[in-house]
Design a protein around this ligand. Structure first.
Ligand code: S3P
Length: 183
């Protein structure tokens, strides 16, 4: 029943690297029995390259254009999906406008301190972090999060990432839809 209620919309999860977009997206997709897309994984598969190697050999601008291209292709396929976006997807190429007009955009919010803790362990395979000195990582994340919050906070819904469950996410979506249907 609940999955039918989401049936006409794509659901997009945005937020900083390490905020749990992929973990939550996968769980929500299985709860709602919807198709799941991890945008980074999709790009890697279709380009047959890792995100790191795209950044390294072709540059960030090229990666951002690929992100936009595949996002648009997938959204235009129509059948509703749950997307885990990359940490920067909503911040480039006016993607945020396109995303918000194609479904429900949810921001998984987490403090810079919590993100730093999580990202210290996985910084090596993240092109934006791998060259940052360990002593500088907290400041870097704090600043970048501040810059990106301009975009993230434009999401339809913001939800706290710590101890988040797929059921919490689903309830927030249902509540949002109910509220907006009344208008
Ligand atoms: C990026 C985040 C990454 C990936 C790329 C750039 C960013 O995705 O898209 O490395 O700009 O924040 P995750 O948020 O899934 O790590």
């Amino acid at each position: 029943m609940q999955s039918i209620m989401h049936a006409s919309h794509h659901i997009f999860l945005c937020g900083f690297m390490g905020s749990g977009k992929s973990t939550q997206g996968k769980k929500l997709a299985s709860l709602l029995r919807m198709r799941y897309i991890d945008l980074d994984k999709h790009i890697q598969k279709l380009e047959n390259k890792t995100i790191e190697s795209i950044f390294e050999t072709l540059g960030e601008k090229h990666f951002r254009d690929l992100e936009t291209k595949y996002l648009k292709e997938l959204v235009q396929e129509k059948n509703p999906k749950i997307f885990s976006l990359g940490g920067g997807t909503v911040c480039f190429n006016n993607n945020i406008e396109f995303i918000k007009s194609s479904g429900i955009l949810i921001y998984i919010n987490m403090t810079a301190a919590a993100l730093s803790e999580r990202l210290k362990k996985s910084k090596q395979n993240r092109p934006l972090l791998k060259n940052i000195h360990p002593d500088e990582i907290n400041n870097f994340i704090e600043q970048k999060l501040k810059d990106r919050q301009l975009y993230y906070t434009q999401a339809h819904l913001t939800i706290e990432g710590i101890n988040l469950t797929a059921t919490d996410l689903n309830n927030a979506i249902l509540q949002f839809k109910k509220h907006n249907e009344k208008k």
